[in-house]
Design a protein around this ligand. Structure first.
Ligand code: C5P
Length: 396
């Protein structure tokens, strides 16, 4: 069954009688593994209190666009970036109309415009309102823009009518949300992802390493699994749990990482080098702990092998993707690196901004291919990973 582990679901609740079912929906999303935050419109609060959804979601409920306190904490832009999915349930006729017009006159509609995450709507309204040509046109506009719809179901309505317009059952909505991430785009493909830092030993207790958290590589592994790929992480030491259905090959040094990657290469269609591989290692590893001595000491370092360049130069080369973390002239350096290392795609990352990249949960990147480039707006690493996997799937 599809799941929502590691997914941030932002649940928007608008003002219809079906809002009472949102409480059950929060639970259904959590049961499938999601982290849930809730935005309520003013109308929604006439039907169910924020306190109920706060207690269930375990997070404060967001209701106001222009609220100094909210903007100090998680304001509308932070919410938009946090979300891996914006799910609106119930989506009333009014909300659907405002979304189709691109309005930004309350928190929910504003976040819908501001997020790079997919949008899914579970409409709920009287059957005649659902059938009205205005609603039909609005729904078509949204569907043409790539908005996902779940329901509505048909049957007895709260107003006594019978027909289409009942909000789909919470379990079915949560399943549809989970299925959204299971794209199958890489079904049958074998993906290897390097992730995390490497450790280059100096002696039995000391090493040279870096601050890479591995989050981007692990998010890519999740996206690859969701896309149906057989996924292997070749991972340096990190504090993360690998996604289900991922094979993890744990390594320490750059040389270990290269050795394992080359071993796996005959069974690889797509190679994604996300690891922050140390560029240098100590020329010699001391067998015993190095003793304190004079005021100064000199370490001799030698270059480590370039893993992604080695893979890209292999005879039976997979589709090869690298990353370029730069602080200046980001795109020019990335393009040069793509050519020099013989890559099919490079993900350029501006690391001058400390709030994205390395240890952060968010990222903003530009995806370069030989003949084009595409900027991916700042979003959670999960959303960025999904978009990268989608772009790779179009090429392979
Ligand atoms: O040369 P630079 O380290 O900037 O290149 C970054 C890209 O190359 C990343 O994709 C990284 O995983 C990969 N790389 C590698 N082996 C190295 C150094 C970098 O695979 N020794």
């Amino acid at each position: 069954m599809a799941h929502l582990f590691n997914r941030n679901v932002l649940l928007g609740v608008s003002g219809g009688i079906a809002a009472y079912k949102s409480a059950e929906l929060v639970r259904a999303l959590q049961d499938r593994g999601a982290q849930v935050r809730v935005i309520m419109t003013h109308g929604a609060q006439e039907f169910i209190t924020p306190l109920t959804l706060q207690a269930l979601s375990g997070n404060p409920v967001h209701t106001e666009l222009l609220d100094e306190r909210a903007e100090l904490g998680m304001g509308h832009i932070e919410l938009a970036r946090w979300a891996d999915l914006l799910l609106v349930a119930p989506a009333t006729a009014d909300l659907i109309s405002r979304l189709s017009a691109g309005r930004a006159d309350d928190l929910l509609s504003t976040v819908a415009l501001a997020t790079a995450a997919p949008l899914m709507l579970a409409p709920a309204m009287n059957q005649q309102m659902w059938r009205d040509q205005a609603t039909v046109d609005n729904v078509k506009t949204l569907a043409d823009r790539g908005v996902h719809l779940v329901g509505p179901a048909a049957g007895q309505q709260a107003c006594g009518d019978v027909g289409p317009g009942r909000m789909e059952a919470p379990a079915a909505i949560a399943d549809a949300a989970a299925a959204l991430f299971a794209t199958g785009e890489l079904a049958g493909k074998r993906v290897i992802i390097t992730a995390g830092p490497t450790r280059e030993a100096l002696d039995p207790v000391r090493y040279i390493s870096n601050n890479s958290s591995g989050k981007m590589g692990y998010a890519l592994a999740q996206a690859a699994v969701d896309a149906g790929a057989t996924t292997t992480l070749v991972s340096g030491p990190v504090n993360l749990t690998a996604p289900d259905h991922t094979r993890v090959v744990s390594v320490l040094s750059a040389e270990d990482m290269l050795e394992q990657c080359l071993k796996l290469l005959p069974e690889c269609d797509i190679f994604i080098a996300c690891a922050a591989v140390a560029d240098y290692r100590p020329a010699a590893v001391q067998g015993q702990k190095i003793k304190k001595g004079p005021q100064e000491m000199t370490l001799q370092l030698v270059r480590t092998p370039d893993i992604v360049a080695t893979v890209a130069a292999a005879e039976q080369r997979p589709y090869t993707v690298g990353f370029a973390a730069e602080t200046n002239d980001v795109l020019a350096y990335a393009r040069e690196k793509m050519q020099r290392k013989g890559l099919d795609m490079i993900i350029a990352n501006d690391v001058a901004d400390p709030t994205i990249g390395f240890n952060s949960d968010e990222n903003a990147v530009t995806v370069l291919r030989r003949d084009n480039e595409q900027a991916l707006a700042r979003a959670s690493k999960n959303t960025i990973a999904r978009q990268i996997v989608h772009l790779i799937a179009r090429d392979v």
